[in-house]
Design a protein around this ligand. Structure first.
Ligand code: ADP
Length: 351
């Protein structure tokens, strides 16, 4: 099922939670809505599910306008944060509930419930009550309950929020596989960037009810259009500079700590620009590579497999960088020469 959102506006009194938002989600796509708290993610998901009525705009499923339809007529299923399982019903009864509501005959109901339980690997737990299950197992019941009604689109509102860190990580690929194996379109709300980066086909980052950027995880992480996206989707260093021209398909940018070449063109000579450099893109210079930045260590956090270092440049800029498999201590004041590849020098819009 493909989902089309056209010029959606949702106001709560004075608050414009969604501000003229348009979006196309392809059939079978796992699409993420990511953004800080209050940016409008849940409002958008609830509008798609029919739990919230848009102030204006349209929602289309496979080209058909569903804006006026109640949730039960939308062929969507929602997985909520708090599972919302019935405590007095067994796992099987919880999963069968949606089918009973739809008046599916018992034989077919039993077959589909078993298939759904198998799909999330809890077929042996059918007779238990929710309070006899772990958090992860309850999550699986919640998923089985939505899959069993065979929706065209699965709506997931922070479904892993209540789980511990390890289970969260384990469940990421399981949910992705469930969507892919069942050919489901999935729309997934989270404020957890790693969840989005590791699971999504595409991500829309929202702020103040407006989409700031849409792209694949790699596009958003490697080519953020703005300072907001760059810092929301990962850690980064910002450096200011002035464009001095183009050579060999690269832009020359003068900074307070020397010239940097960026593998991005089309900038206006003389323009002041903001550059984003990720901490893992900075490494020690071995010789006379281009794009060198010299500084002195101000702080180091050793964490075994990785160390987080900070170095202050001559101009006073503080640069954070990661060192994988660190071999030695870097005491405060140690002089370091760092380098960054032109493709990792990313010009972003200032917010
Ligand atoms: P998110 O899911 O990104 O945290 P929400 O969609 O829940 O954001 O909220 C977007 C904005 O709309 C926020 O400013 C929030 O306070 C407001 N809002 C959400 N639901 C309601 C409501 N039922 N009544 C009034 N304001 C609301």
């Amino acid at each position: 099922m493909n989902v089309s959102i056209k010029n959606l506006v949702k106001c709560y009194g004075e608050v414009r939670a969604l501000n003229d938002l348009s979006l196309e989600i392809a059939d079978g796509e796992l699409f993420f809505l990511l953004g800080p708290s209050g940016c409008g993610k849940s409002t958008l998901l609830r509008c798609i599910g029919g739990f919230e009525k848009p102030t204006s705009g349209q929602i289309l499923f496979d080209g058909k306008d569903v804006s006026a339809l109640p949730p039960s007529d939308r062929n969507t299923a929602m997985v909520f944060q708090g599972y919302a399982l019935w405590p007095h019903m067994t796992v099987e009864e919880n999963v069968a509930f949606g089918l009973e509501m739809r008046k599916i005959p018992k034989e077919e109901r039993d077959r589909r419930v078993m298939a759904a339980l198998k799909g999330v690997q809890i077929e042996t737990l059918g007779k238990r009550k929710p309070n006899e299950l772990s958090g992860g197992q309850q999550q699986r019941v919640a998923l089985a309950r939505t899959l069993v009604v065979e929706p065209g689109c699965l709506l997931l509102d922070e479904p892993l929020a209540n789980l511990d860190a390890k289970l969260r990580r384990d469940m990421r690929q399981e949910i992705r596989s469930l969507c892919k194996d069942n050919g489901l379109t999935g729309i997934y709300v989270t404020h957890d960037r790693q969840e989005a980066l590791s699971m999504a086909d595409r991500i829309a980052v929202l702020k103040d009810g407006v989409i700031q950027q849409i792209g694949s995880p790699q596009e958003l992480y490697r080519h953020p259009v703005s300072a907001f996206i760059a810092s929301f989707i990962g850690e980064t260093n910002f450096v200011k500079g002035t464009v001095r021209g183009e050579t060999d398909g690269m832009t020359q940018i003068e900074t307070a700590d020397g010239m940097l070449m960026a593998a991005q063109t089309g900038q206006t000579t003389g323009a002041n620009v903001l550059i984003s450099i990720r901490p893992e893109a900075l490494g020690y210079a071995k010789g006379d590579e281009m794009n060198q930045l010299a500084g002195r260590i101000t702080k180091s956090d050793y964490m075994g497999e990785i160390a987080d270092h900070w170095a202050k440049t001559a101009s006073g800029a503080e640069l954070g960088f990661f060192e994988l498999n660190p071999q030695r201590d870097l005491p405060e004041g140690t002089a370091v020469k760092l380098t960054v590849k032109p493709e990792d020098v990313v010009i972003v819009r200032e917010d």
